[in-house]
Design a protein around this ligand. Structure first.
Ligand SMILES: CC(C)(COP(=O)(O)OP(=O)(O)OC[C@H]1O[C@@H](n2cnc3c(N)ncnc32)[C@H](O)[C@@H]1OP(=O)(O)O)[C@@H](O)C(=O)NCCC(=O)NCCS
Length: 365
């Protein structure tokens, strides 16, 4: 069988401008616009919209991660983007990618052509495992589309175009993540009650909250806690490097968020005996104060589980956030479908499932 030729397109390396008013900023601004349009096409809302200001710092050179980015141009219009992230942890063999195209140019071979470039770039950097995530929206009832179950035994996705794309290119579904949304206003009475309940169980711990940058007394233990995200969250068959976070890496992370103009509220549980951060939760503002809030990392260190710290910090975070940004009425969160302890808390708070995300992996020979 011969492979049909892809629709004529240009895969143009992305120019990352020094600032958004620089003479060469147009491609970057167009890349963010197409990103937002594609996410709207997939999810039918602007929950994951971002501004060029927010994302520019995340494309600056970073010693922790080499980021290769392209825009896809058809007939002079930016119709998609592709990103390959190559972690710089010592000995890392993994790389992560996204390919995102507007609906009107899908199904014409562009994705396959872009994937070849991405795969070659990962190979040339010595990477032997490729991983990628995609939202698999619920198809219309009666579409007859087959479903694919996660090998974890938790969650399934429709075998839609992205799923077929991964399978055709040699990927296996490793895990399903649930994307959930909270109606903040409606949740408040429950959150207050669950907060009081958690406090009664969390003897020996106190809650501290701050906006980035991380205050000096917590930098060291918070950096350690951030590093545990790569080891202590359910990973199914996916491969994650054990990340090393020191105070300098934390400062680089904080600076990216602060430069992007986003408000990030960290709610931490402090172990009173040692003064260390042992659990944390991050909430991050959207494009403006009315936009959907993103819930980023949440983690309770393994050795401090079983004290309702997850519930404690989640509740404290939501209550404080509502005082800070009362007009942001929705919070979005992502959890592995097998992560019952976390889903239990979220469900009790009132988070409702919105969509399912497939986590895909391929080994390169
Ligand atoms: C998933 C995605 C990247 C695939 O890109 P694409 O350009 O649509 O992919 P291709 O055109 O190579 O293949 C898709 C289909 O077109 C068909 N096709 C049509 N013309 C083709 C051609 N000239 N060459 C290859 N395939 C062609 C393929 O057989 C395939 O059919 P199928 O959907 O029935 O399996 C794209 O659909 C997309 O951006 N989706 C939304 C975002 C997303 O989910 N991204 C994935 C993870 S980040």
């Amino acid at each position: 069988m011969t492979t049909p030729t892809a629709l004529h397109h240009e895969l143009r390396p992305l120019t990352v401008p020094a600032s958004l008013d620089a003479a060469d900023a147009a491609d970057f601004i167009a890349m963010i616009a197409v990103r937002n349009e594609i996410y709207r096409e997939i999810s039918h809302n602007d929950d994951e919209a971002a501004t060029p200001e927010q994302l520019l710092p995340h494309f600056a050179p970073d010693p922790d991660n080499e980021k290769l980015s392209w825009i896809v141009v058809v007939d002079g219009h930016v119709v998609g983007r592709a990103i390959l992230d190559v972690p710089q942890e010592e000995g890392s063999i993994v790389a992560y990618w996204i390919i995102e195209l507007l609906e009107r140019v899908q199904g014409q071979g562009i994705g396959s052509a872009v994937h070849s470039t991405i795969q070659a770039a990962a190979r040339s950097r010595g990477r032997r495992i490729l991983q990628s995530w995609a939202e698999h929206p619920e198809p219309r009832p009666g579409s007859g589309i087959r479903r694919l179950a996660a090998p974890t035994g938790f969650g399934e996705i429709p075998e839609d175009r992205p799923a077929r794309f991964y399978l055709r290119h040699g990927y296996a579904l490793e895990q399903v993540d649930r994307k959930s949304v909270l109606d903040v206003e409606a949740s408040l009475p429950r959150v207050r009650q669950l907060s009081a309940e958690a406090r009664a169980h969390a003897e020996g711990y106190r809650v501290e909250q701050w906006s980035l940058p991380t205050p000096t007394p917590y930098q060291e233990s918070f950096a350690w806690a951030k590093s545990r995200m790569s080891t202590d969250a359910p990973a199914a068959g996916l491969d994650f490097d054990e990340e090393t976070w020191d105070v300098e890496r934390l400062a680089r992370h904080d600076a990216r968020m602060v430069e992007g103009g986003q408000t990030v509220l960290v709610t931490a549980a402090i172990h009173e005996a040692t003064g260390a951060v042992v659990a944390f939760n991050e909430l991050c503002s959207g494009v403006d104060e009315t936009a959907t809030t993103q819930q980023m990392d949440t983690l309770v260190l393994r050795e401090h589980r079983g004290h309702r710290l997850g519930q404690l910090i989640k509740c404290a975070g939501i209550l404080r956030w509502h005082e800070m940004l009362p007009e942001s009425t929705r919070i979005l969160t992502f959890n592995a479908e097998e992560n019952r302890p976390m889903l239990d808390i979220n469900e009790r708070l009132g988070f409702e499932p919105g969509a399912y995300i497939g986590a895909w992996k391929k080994g390169l020979s």
